[in-house]
Design a protein around this ligand. Structure first.
Ligand code: ADP
Ligand code: NI
Length: 217
């Protein structure tokens, strides 16, 4: 099977597995990350085959929906790629990217050691900010039964992955605990540039949210 066929079959598999999800981790999230990753990946001169496979498979079995199991994603990706007879070196690389891609708390570092990993992590993070990021945050919060906002609950800066994983705060807090921090955690210059407008839009949204919360303007 050639690379193009492998990518196309993987896209069909992911689409079938994730379509209909209501938590912001649906096929269209993966589709956007895939397209953005190709765009950044070309600018950053990375190996697009690894970039595309990692982008397509990055949320195939996220720990957030697998009882916190961080191994579920890389395992599912490996099983799929082995079925397609993808070269072992590519499988190892793609699975390593998937294992390290997630945000793990405000005070927890999530380094990527290959350019392909940096590209896919940036594409995933860009989809968590801006207009789409706002929509996804509330979709995720709703799917987990979270309050939209509660002024009596203050945001927490999580210093460990387990503290972050177990947090159950309102969705507005998630902006302070993660979304507003992402622009300074991006790896590539291409993504940093793209983040400027998206970040600014979230700041504006929050300003309006708190004005309206108090019944003003
Ligand atoms: P990551 O693996 O870095 O968390 P994902 O692709 O899984 O990235 O996306 C996480 C998405 O889920 C983001 O859009 C984010 O806003 C949303 N999300 C995760 N945790 C929460 C939360 N506690 N409250 C609201 N949204 C959340
Ligand atoms: Ni994702």
């Amino acid at each position: 099977m050639n690379k193009e066929e492998i990518i196309q079959r993987t896209a069909v598999y992911v689409r079938e597995t994730l379509s209909g999800d209501g938590s912001g981790h649906d096929w269209w999230h993966v589709y956007r990350v895939w397209k953005t990753a190709i765009m950044i990946g070309k600018e950053e001169k990375s190996d697009l085959f690894a970039v595309e496979l990692a982008a397509l498979l990055h949320d195939i079995a996220d720990w957030k929906f697998n009882d916190g199991d961080e191994e579920a994603g890389p395992k599912a990706a490996r099983a799929w790629l082995e079925k397609l007879d993808v070269e072992e070196a590519v499988i190892t690389h793609v699975c390593r990217i998937i294992a390290s891609i997630s945000f793990k708390g405000a005070g927890v570092k999530t380094p990527m050691n290959t350019i392909e990993g940096k590209v896919v992590q940036d594409a995933d993070r860009l989809d968590a900010i801006g207009a789409i990021g706002i929509a996804r945050a509330f979709a995720y919060g709703g799917s987990k039964g979270r309050e939209m906002h509660n002024p009596e609950e203050k945001p927490l800066m999580h210093n460990s992955f387990s503290a972050y994983k177990n947090s159950k705060g309102p969705t507005i807090n998630h902006f302070y605990e993660k979304l507003l921090l992402l622009k300074d955690q991006l790896n590539t210059d291409t993504a940093k540039q793209m983040a400027i407008k998206r970040h600014g839009f979230m700041v504006q949204f929050l300003e309006r949210f708190f004005i309206e919360w108090e019944g003003k303007a």
